[in-house]
Structure formats: C-alpha cells, structure tokens
Ligand binder design. Structure first.
Ligand SMILES: [Zn+2]
Length: 452
C-alpha cells in the first residue's frame, strides 16, 4: 500500500471513532477530554525539555493554572518544545522555503515522517509546524468532520469533487491537506484567490464541484458571478474558510446556491478545525480535538455570551510540538445556549476576526478598540460588493467596490458609528475602487490597522 493509502485508511478508522463521539453525552465527552488532556500533559512533561521546565510536577493542576504559550515563545523555544530530537527548527524552515521555491508536492511526508506547514499570518514571524503520521491523521479527520456535519456524502460512487479557492502556496496547511487526500474519492481543483473572478469561472464550470471551499472574501464575488450568469456551478455546500464571512456575502451565496448552502468553519494551522456548523446550523466546537479557552487581554477567562480578546487552545492530539494553552489572537464569543441537534459540543456564537483586524482610536475617555463588525453595520447596505477600512496616520481610508450610493453618506455613517463609541472625530476618506487589493496570500483584510 502506498503511504497515501495508509494515511487514508488511518483517517477512515479515526473518522469512525470520531462519529461515535458525536452521539456521546456531554459528560462522557468531557471525561474523554480530561483523559486526553492528562495524556498530553504527561507526554509533554516527559518528552519536551521546555515543558519539563515550565509545567508543574504535580498531576491534576487545573488547566487555567498552566502557563500560556504565545507564537513568539513557540518560535523562540521551538527546538526545546519539540519532543523529537531528530527535528530542528532550522531544518524545518529550510524545507518549507525549499517547498515554496520548487513547488514540491506537500502531500508526501518529509523524510518519510513529517508533514509540515507554516501559518499564513500577515503580521510578525510565521509559526511553523511539523506533525507525525498519527497527528496528521487526526488533522485530516478533524477537517473531514466539517463535511460530515454538513451532510456531504463521500464514497466511490459519490466522489467529493472539491474546488478550493485559496492560496496555492505548498506550505499552507490547506494545500498539505488537499495533497494528502488527493484520490479518486476527493478529486480536487485548487485555484489561486488572487486570480480575477472572470478568469476562475471557466475552470469552475468545467470542474463542476460538489463542494466549494473558499476564502470568505472570495465567496461574495463568486456568488455575484453566479447571480449575473457568468458562473454556472451547483455546489451542495460552500465552506467559508480562513476569514470572516460578511453578511452581504452570505446573502449573495444563499441567493446563488440555496438558503442552507453555507457551512461556517473556524480553523487554524495550529489546531486544524476548531468548529463548524451542524445540521441545525449550530456552530459547535471540536472539544474532543482541542480545548478552547476564551480569555481577555490579561488571559483571564471570559464567560459564554461575552466577546473575548483572544483564545487559548490546547491541542489534545499534539505530540511533536505539544500546544498547551497556546494563544490565538482571534476575538471570539461562545454561546451559552445548547443546540437541539444532540451533539455534546458547546456552541460558538461568533468569530469577530483576528485581534490584528481591529483598530484602536483615541476616544473621549480613553483609546477605543473598534472591531470590524462596527464597520460591517455601517457599510454593508451601502457597499454590497465589498469594502475595506485602512487606518492611516490621522485618518481612515474607506475603500468601496462599486458602491451602491454616494460616498458622502458612507463617510457620515462611518463617522456616526465611531462617534457612538465615544471616539474623537476622525477624518474619513471614502474612495471607490474596482477591486480590493489582495495580500500575498490572496486574502483581503476587512480592516488594516496601523503597524504597531
Ligand atoms: Zn447542533
């Protein structure tokens, strides 16, 4: 059997075990989570020089008493955190650069053992990760749940033709996942999100995807293309990946492909999938793969219903680089409600985006942090084709793609929304553009803050 065959067989087995957990009671799931956490802590304590030093020796210390690991700590201490002495950061970074240069197939494990990926963060140093076969199987299984819960059937008679519109960079986890699963079961078409939509439609039409996975910022433009007759695909589901999906893009996708077409997913390179939507539309956390702790800026817990500044994740299956209370700078909100679907997992209410996607402005009392949703509310109706707010010294620049109305109204709306937050008056320039500039990775940040 080829390595890929082994990987797919392992994933199918892990998937069957995962399906069983869907039917567990919440108590049973929490018990499983506790056992998995103890295993992770024990492994980290004995196999990672870093954790040997920072974790308390006593067993059963509450998770909330354990130290936080930030991205910069991870990258500074990588070789000491890593539990495999054969693996060194310099070699992994070298291999990732080589993959980018040569376009090597990321689906084949490096040295026959490791699957590698780097984060696509727009700020600061990128974090890099290596996973062994067992960990990589868990990651593939976690992503498979997104489709399982969405009710997308896969089988030899139903190959899951999947079109992915994101980054073609072979060091991104999505590329590594796609290359690992490439088979008759999952024929895949990968397209670059930086390509103009008019140049994507032909390939998508020919491929006829059953599943469309796209950066959230691409979903609106693709739905518009479908609605105006330039695109003619019939995906069963559309998975919004990597970015926050705006309400206007969601509505356009629903108009183009059906009211229940959108699958919300929340994932990160560090964790694989963290949450996705069930048959009832509830956005459930993958608490059997990762423990999610919403916290404030001082790492104090934030209760369900309130918006947290950041998230600490403990990745239960992580072993090569144990991630215990690892900081993701995402602003999220858990829901205090329970879903009617019967899944034992808690609900996520909102992902408001990366903390980097917020801007801070001087206010009447103190500086005020402005979340992208403030601009959503002010701009959605006036800018159905897309918008972006960039903070510049002493002003904000609002870019609108083919705006529906006059720019003066937009300026007033934005200024009113900021005044409601007791923010000092700020100059707002509104400009109309034909398209928003994508980053090197093909993403479109809704808000661009001044560099810190
Ligand atoms: Zn549910």
């Amino acid at each position: 059997m080829s390595p890929d065959g082994l990987l797919i067989a392992g994933t199918l087995l892990a998937r069957r075990r995962m399906h069983q957990r869907d039917r567990w009671s919440r108590d049973r799931m929490l018990e499983f989570q506790g056992v998995e956490l103890d295993r992770l802590l024990a492994y980290a304590r004995t196999s990672s020089p870093y954790y040997q030093q920072v974790l308390p020796g006593a067993a059963h210390v509450p998770l909330t008493d354990l130290p936080v690991l930030t991205k910069s700590m991870l990258m500074d201490q990588w070789d000491r955190i890593c539990t495999s002495p054969a693996l060194r950061l310099a070699q992994v970074e070298g291999r990732l650069s080589e993959m980018e240069r040569t376009g090597a197939d990321p689906g084949h494990p490096w040295r026959g053992r490791w699957w590698l990926a780097g984060t696509g963060g727009t700020t600061g140093r990128r974090a890099v990760f290596a996973w062994d076969r067992r960990e990589w199987t868990q990651i593939l299984t976690s992503y498979a749940r997104v489709n399982d819960w969405a009710g997308v059937a896969v089988g030899l008679r139903h190959p899951l033709r999947t079109a992915v519109v994101s980054s073609l960079n072979p060091t991104h986890q999505s590329a590594v996942v796609g290359a690992s699963l490439r088979s008759r079961l999952v024929p895949a078409l990968r397209l670059d999100a930086r390509t103009p939509v008019a140049d994507l439609t032909g390939e998508l039409d020919r491929f006829e995807p059953r599943l469309l996975v796209a950066y959230a910022s691409m979903i609106g433009p693709l739905a518009q293309a479908q609605l105006t007759g330039q695109l003619h695909i019939r995906p069963e589901k559309v998975v919004a990946a990597s970015e926050v999906l705006t309400p206007a893009s969601r509505s356009a996708a629903q108009a183009a492909w059906g009211p229940s077409v959108i699958v919300d997913s929340y994932a990160a390179t560090e964790t694989a999938s963290i949450a996705s939507t069930c048959s009832q539309g509830g956005w459930h956390l993958y608490e059997d793969f990762v423990i999610v702790e919403p916290v404030d800026e001082d790492y104090q817990p934030v209760p369900a219903g309130a918006t947290a500044d950041r998230v600490l994740v403990s990745v239960l299956f992580s072993r090569t680089l144990p991630l215990i209370r690892y900081e993701l700078t995402d602003s999220i909100r858990l829901s205090p409600e329970r879903c009617t679907c019967g899944l034992p997992f808690a609900l996520l209410e909102a992902v408001e985006g990366r903390t980097e996607d917020t801007i801070t402005l001087p206010g009447r009392h103190s500086s005020v942090r402005v979340h992208p949703n403030v601009f959503h509310n002010a701009l959605e109706a006036l800018a159905p084709n897309g918008w972006q707010v960039e903070q510049q010294p002493n002003k904000l620049v609002v870019r609108l793609v083919a705006p529906a109305g006059g720019t003066e109204l937009v300026r007033r709306r934005v200024q009113e929304a900021l005044a409601d937050l007791t923010i000092d008056p700020v100059a707002v320039d509104v400009v109309s553009v034909t398209a928003l500039e994508r980053t090197r990775l093909g993403k479109v940040p809704l808000v661009k803050a001044l560099p810190a």
